[in-house]
Design a binder for this molecule. Structure first.
Ligand code: SF4
Ligand code: MG
Length: 327
């Protein structure tokens, strides 16, 4: 699944004083077969809008989305169907994403009905198989979502997402509505499904300690743009963007690197600015401790960092080299 320059703006405000929110502004990324990519950033950075575009729930205003080599943003019907079958979404809130009037059997089997004809027997067998796969008992089929705990409901959501044998699962904050004690179980389940089924995961979270356990690669987003991307271990050890550095030093459980050295603390000034009229130049410049005059004028390109091993190690900071050598 490949996004190239994806863009999405929303109109907000009254008719007399309309303004535009730039939710996603030119995001390019690649999700390869079977890999796991984490998207990290604060609330409001455009992660969910990006996720909704990747799964075809939201149409981009610009850029292209390619799935298995086919452009699916042109809106031609067969291509959208291809996306719907191959790319499935797991939602943040298992309490609201499942219809309370449907049984577990109907909830999980529903996507089947829309695409292929299956007999009652076949539907039941498939649902039983999926319940076992996500660690639930098959006699739960006749029950309703409210009879389950949050973690169980998220497992039902995962089973539903898997019913069409997708190649890609887009998980938007899939554990942030769950108790901390349950989060690890659901994360481990997703990891195991990735290995067993060879499905690719795009895992969206504001929680860096969660993403570290799930993602082979991460992409950090700030106000609708990518700040940096690269292999997870490399970025956690030596971030190439001041925003990543700040996120890492603010996260208690990842406050030291893999060798146990404490990170240099970097505290951000203020709240993230509004995506309505975002800052000029580098969108991070008003909060960045390293900002110079150039940063307010010139948009930093997302560029490869020289001398960095690992594919796709990119940063959108004019002074990435300085950030990294300061470690
Ligand atoms: Fe900070 Fe400038 Fe780098 Fe943006 S480009 S992150 S403002 S140093
Ligand atoms: Mg969100």
């Amino acid at each position: 699944l490949e996004a190239a320059g994806l863009r999405r703006t929303f109109r907000v405000g009254s008719r007399l004083s309309p303004s535009r929110v730039s939710a996603v502004d030119g995001v390019s990324l690649q999700l390869r077969a079977g890999e796991s990519l984490g998207i990290v950033g604060e609330t409001g950075c455009g992660k969910s809008t990006l996720a909704r575009m990747l799964v075809g729930l939201e149409k981009p205003d610009g850029g292209t989305l390619t799935y298995r080599g086919q452009d699916v943003t042109a809106g031609r019907r067969p291509d959208r169907r291809l996306l719907r079958q191959g790319v499935q979404m797991i939602f943040q809130d298992p309490y609201t994403s499942l219809d309370p009037r449907m049984t577990v059997l109907d909830l999980i089997a529903e996507p089947l009905a829309a695409t292929r004809s299956a007999s009652t027997r076949q539907r039941k067998d498939r649902v039983a198989e999926l319940l076992a796969l996500v660690g639930l008992s098959t006699d739960m089929m006749t029950r309703y979502p409210h009879q389950f705990s949050g973690g169980q409901r998220q497992r039902i959501g995962i089973a539903r997402a898997l019913v069409l044998d997708p190649q890609v699962l887009i998980c938007d904050e899939p554990v942030s509505a769950l108790d901390v004690s349950v989060q690890a179980q659901v994360i481990n389940l997703l990891r195991e499904l990735q290995r067993r089924l060879g499905v690719a995961l795009l895992f969206i979270s504001h929680d860096l300690s969660v993403v570290r356990h799930v993602a082979d690669r991460i992409a950090v987003m700030y106000l609708g743009r990518l700040a940096e991307t690269g292999p997870t271990a490399t970025i956690y050890d030596n971030p190439g963007h001041p925003y990543t550095q700040a996120l890492l030093s603010a996260s208690p459980s990842v406050g030291s690197d893999s060798r146990g050295r404490l990170r240099r603390r970097l505290v951000l000034a203020g709240e993230p600015p509004s995506p309505v009229n975002p800052p000029s130049g580098c969108r991070f410049h008003e909060r960045c401790p390293l900002a110079e005059a150039r940063c307010a004028e010139e948009i930093p390109a997302l560029r490869a960092l020289p001398g960095q091993d690992g594919p796709g190690r990119l940063s959108a900071c004019h002074f990435a080299e300085r950030v990294m050598s300061a470690g």
